[in-house]
Design a protein around this ligand. Structure first.
Ligand code: PXP
Length: 257
């Protein structure tokens, strides 16, 4: 059964919209865990546009599941991770001008630097994940860099606007999932996943962790954090259950309007 890991960045985004002290991402962590989150992710950006250093410190203290520090592989962030020593860190590309993480890391192009950054964190006892576009070349590079985990970027699947484009993107994810498994990497996925599109991804064989933020926090504004997380956890569980009985294409057909 895939684990649901909740990205709480957007609780801080809402706080920073008013430069106020609420809502508190640490409080959201407690409620997310009560709702069934099995992991918590926060992205400490270079520009600290939402989550800040104090949030990370407080969140890390109260996480009772598994904390995943999302970060660009810069010297500053590597130093922060080495001091904090979370159980897991995910390397992502970061651009100041982007609204959210736009594409996967180009591990092929930055293999030497990412190999060194991966080793540095592993030496501090941190399991390292690379967030990549779901291509065989990137997966091979993640393995060559010595990472423990690969997170497949599900954005193109989530953003596909026609059933055939979605099926095409799902096939890419299926092939990438099989490739990651053959490479001996733990398989995670995330970006753009919602209650409407999460089932076929949860149904992919060997799926270990689903990393979901925006749609859960959006629902939480309406129905509360605990309920929003519980609904998504139920959808992930249903996807995994259906995966045993239907092909992903059929699931897509059953659950997309
Ligand atoms: N995984 C990674 C690596 C991300 O950068 C993000 C967005 O911060 C997510 C998952 C979650 O994406 P979303 O907020 O679209 O659910």
């Amino acid at each position: 059964m895939p684990k649901l890991c909740v990205n709480i960045d957007h609780v801080a985004t809402l706080r920073e919209a008013r430069r106020a002290n609420e809502p508190d991402p640490a409080a959201a962590v407690v409620l997310a865990q009560l709702g069934g989150a099995q992991g918590i992710t926060a992205h400490l950006r270079e520009d600290r546009r939402h989550v800040n250093d104090d949030d990370i410190r407080r969140i890390f203290e109260i996480v009772r599941t598994r904390f995943n520090l999302e970060m660009a592989p810069t010297d500053e962030m590597l130093g922060i991770a080495e001091n904090l020593r979370p159980p897991m860190a995910t390397f992502v590309p970061e651009k100041r001008t982007e609204v959210t993480t736009e594409g996967g890391l180009d591990v092929v192009a930055a293999l030497a630097r990412l190999t060194e950054a991966t080793r540095r964190l592993q030496a501090a006892g941190i399991a390292v994940s690379h967030f990549i576009d779901p291509t065989p070349a990137q997966i091979d590079a993640v393995r060559a860099a010595g990472a423990d985990i690969v997170e497949l970027h599900t954005g193109p699947y989530a953003n596909a606007t026609t059933p055939s484009a979605r099926t095409e993107q799902l096939t890419i994810l299926e092939n990438a999932a099989a490739h990651a498994k053959a490479a001996g990497l733990q398989l995670n996925a995330g970006h753009g996943l919602t209650l409407r599109n999460v089932l076929p991804v949860a149904a992919l064989p060997s799926m270990c962790e689903m990393h979901i933020g925006h749609s859960i926090i959006s629902a939480a504004v309406m129905v509360g954090m605990q309920r929003a997380v519980a609904d998504m956890a139920a959808a992930v569980a249903r996807g995994a259950e259906l995966g045993r009985h239907y092909s992903p294409g059929e699931i897509l057909h059953l659950f997309t309007p």
